[in-house]
Ligand binder design. Structure first.
Ligand code: DIR
Ligand code: MN
Ligand code: MN
Ligand code: MN
Length: 314
């Protein structure tokens, strides 16, 4: 396997500064070296730069719509290039509005996907249902075919079209879902393993059922979109919208290990790491090192230990 890493230092899908520092902090924690130690080839495509948009007035209450549209167009192209080079794409955010470009670009390169969305939040508000006007709470509504008629045409979004069926989506870790989002999830019959189901079934059964459900139609490449706020804020506090009662470190890691061993993992987003939201340096360190561990889990790191295939005893 090989990883193609894209840094996306973008924060305008929400209002808290600092999440644009995520990619560099995750790299500084040793992601590339540690992937290589696993025997994984790594190509770092560097950080994207984003168009400066002077006037970006709210559109129907949603903020920075033009900046988010433009940034995601660039990200979509970058993900397509990484997939054409044959790598598993790794997008380091940045906020979760970046899933628009990441999933769009991934689909454009490889065709229909299965998406596993690990998050405290459903991120399926439309611009018309959002209370906050933050695009990081809306990306799934732009991506789903079934919501096309409910999403107004927005400036700088004409490059993209919905590319995901609600039957090819599974959520894990939800515990902070707005009423309109809950209505949408029920209306579309989306498969959700909220935290109650993780409690009830255990994470191993959740992952078995996730894959059974997704593979019922066809085995498609998997896109994992991992919001660090899915993990309990006792472990990953340095994030913009922490919610109590999240996944443990072990549950969070198990999700990545299970998806890795399917052999179908084709792209990963790791988003919403915000070093400025940690109250102490320990909080930031714990958040960033958990993010690195989740990514290593996606590329075959095992808790039992690993060794390279050409290892020979001295
Ligand atoms: C809320 C919070 N549902 C919103 N969403 C967050 O802004 O739409 N998503 N924090 O990550
Ligand atoms: Mn999210
Ligand atoms: Mn979230
Ligand atoms: Mn968020």
């Amino acid at each position: 396997r090989s990883a193609g890493i894209i840094g996306a230092p973008f924060s305008k899908g929400q209002s808290r500064g600092g999440v644009e520092c995520g990619p560099d902090r995750i790299r500084a924690a040793g992601l590339l070296d540690r992937l290589q130690q696993l025997g994984c080839a790594v190509k770092d495509y560097g950080n994207l730069t984003f168009e400066d948009i002077a006037v970006d007035e709210p559109v129907r209450g949603s903020k920075n719509v033009r900046a988010v549209g433009s940034a995601n167009q660039r990200l979509s192209e970058a993900v397509q290039a990484v997939k054409k080079d044959g790598h598993t794409a790794v997008m380091l955010g940045g906020d979760h509005s970046l899933a628009i470009g990441s999933i769009h670009g991934h689909t454009a390169a490889v065709g229909p996907l299965s998406v596993v969305w690990v998050d405290a939040h459903a991120d399926v508000n439309t611009p018309l249902t959002s209370y906050t006007g933050n695009l990081h709470g809306q990306p799934m509504s732009y991506l789903l075919y079934e919501l096309q008629s409910k999403v107004p045409v927005l400036p700088n979004f004409s490059w993209m079209k919905p590319c995901l069926s609600s039957q090819d989506l599974v959520y894990i870790g939800l515990r902070d879902v707005d009423p309109a989002e809950h209505y949408i999830l029920k209306l579309l019959g989306v498969k959700v393993f909220c935290m109650s189901q993780v409690d009830q079934l255990g994470v191993a059964r959740v992952m078995e059922e996730t894959c059974d459900y997704l593979w019922n139609r066809a085995k498609k490449p998997i896109h994992l979109s991992y919001d660090i706020d899915a993990i309990d804020p006792l472990i990953t506090p340095a994030t913009g919208t922490p919610v109590v009662g999240g996944l443990t470190y072990r549950e969070g890691l198990y999700i990545t290990e299970h998806l890795c061993q399917t052999g179908l993992l084709s792209a990963v987003d790791l988003v919403e790491v915000n070093p400025l939201r940690g109250r102490t340096e320990d909080h930031v360190h714990s958040t960033v090192s958990t993010a690195v561990d989740l990514l290593l889990g996606c590329f075959g790191r095992l808790r039992e230990g690993n060794h390279l295939p050409n290892y020979s005893l001295p």
